[in-house]
Design a protein around this ligand. Sequence first.
Ligand code: ARG
Length: 588
Amino acid sequence: MKTIIGCIEEVMMEAFKASGYEEKFGKVTVSNRPDLCEYQCNGAMAAAKTYHKAPIMIANDVVEKLQDESIFESAQAVNPGFINLKVDRNYLALYLNEMTQDEMLSVEKADSPKTIVIDYGGPNVAKPLHVGHLRSAIIGESIKRMGRFLGHKVIGDVHLGDWGLQMGLIITELSKRQPDLVYFDEDYQGEYPEEAPFTVSELEEIYPTASKKSKEDEDYKNEALEATLELQKGRRGYRALWDQIMKVSVADLKKNYKKLSVDFDLWKGESDADPYIPGLVDYLKEKGYAYMDQGALVVDVKEESDTKEIPPCMILKSDGASLYTTTDLATIVQREGDFHPDEIIYVVDKRQELHFVQVFRCAKKTHLVPEDTELSFVGFGTMNGKDGKPFKTREGGVMRLERLISEINEEMYKKIVENRSVKGDDAHKTAQMVGLSAIKYGDLSNQASKDYVFDVDRFTSFEGNTGPYILYTIVRIKSILNRYKEEGGDIQSGQILGAANDSEKALMMALSKLNSVIQPAFQEKAPHKICSYIYELANAFNSFYHETKILGEENEDQKTSWIQVLILTRKVLETCIGLLGFEAPDRM
Ligand code: ARG
């Protein structure tokens, strides 16, 4: 469906034309004076210069042409030349009735669907998931869902950090602790055991220990580097051990992402890109893109317009080892081969921006992807605690994701039990749903690139701009609809009538804006726009609810109409939270 602002603009353009002015002056914006009007057109001001006429005269000319337009309740020219517009109530009702019939709720699918790979999550194997990985997962998941909703083919890839030194460190530490393990016996020819020689918790303790040792002990570090190299060269026992680390670690990651309602189509990792590296290196050398600089192989990526120095993209270190850049370039080769994507979106900490500038430039310059492939970096800011420093546990340690989730859930559980709306097992399930909304909405309602303060008390509140508030609104609607059904009401059919009061009109206006929100939110990869929209909508609904006795209404047509408005509000809110990556319970 066409957006309502688009429909208004068409009428305005017509009116400018009919008054003898260029139609381009008919541009319309949402009013910045909602006390005066809903939409406004400032075109008369711009036209004044072209036509050497007072803006108010132009505005008057145009407004005269609008008097019979069914789309407006009022169109007024005000000094010095603004045109203030209010939408007609019946027109708005018609628009919403049409929206109700549309399975996309008025949102239009993309004309030409794109194939998009989203690289998000990015956890590192054998390291516990911590809050630093939370944002990537939450933001990426939302962008993925928006893209799919608009009809794009979106492939989510977790891109595990499963290669490189961290693996060598674990292998080294294990070889010290359990030297008799068959994985370390170079002469061993048989099958390797099914069972992993460690649990996740052990694994998560092994890595930091090994990492610490390697920083203090040069020999230890060299051993780890050697182990990394041998793993990458394919030493049998190390590969088998690596498989075990992967198995244990990935199972744990999957469990955690499931709790977050985050789900990936591909569980590929840096290791999957490794086989593409030799070919990539040869290609870059043969085509003359790469050259040797102090023993290292590099590609220049600086551009004339740069205001700060962009260092060359390093492909191989002087010892022949590949780097983070190499892996990302090889992954691009792999993705191009597998999917030929129109776009690859990376949802990664903004501190990695320079890395991606180098990788993108190098990929474009060396034609690893076609000219028009979009490579997009969605860099997010840090999640801080109330002290303004990166979020920590109360004791000051690194906050593990699992712990964060369970702390929030406990908090929610307490509130829900206090409310006594839900009991027993259901209360736990409800707490999880509401808890997830608190975490995700708390994150997504901020512009991704900004740092934000993760404030547990604020995020879990049922009031204010929070996930639980949005869910509470949905639950409220569900309960009215249930009561209506219990009283024998029919929710299947009914027409929405022109707004009966101002708060209903405001609610209807908010509903009609859905399709002008989703598309730009996806285009700009900005889930926060959906958050502000549903916050506005939930507020509009709650004002309407407080001022209107819905079920007590005696006029049946009016009551049915309100029920339909409620149903539409619920659908819009549920669709939007679905795009943000959470759901509403029936009660809370
Ligand atoms: N594993 C990386 C980290 O924890 C993030 C990976 C981001 N994605 C990428 N294609 N480089 O920092």
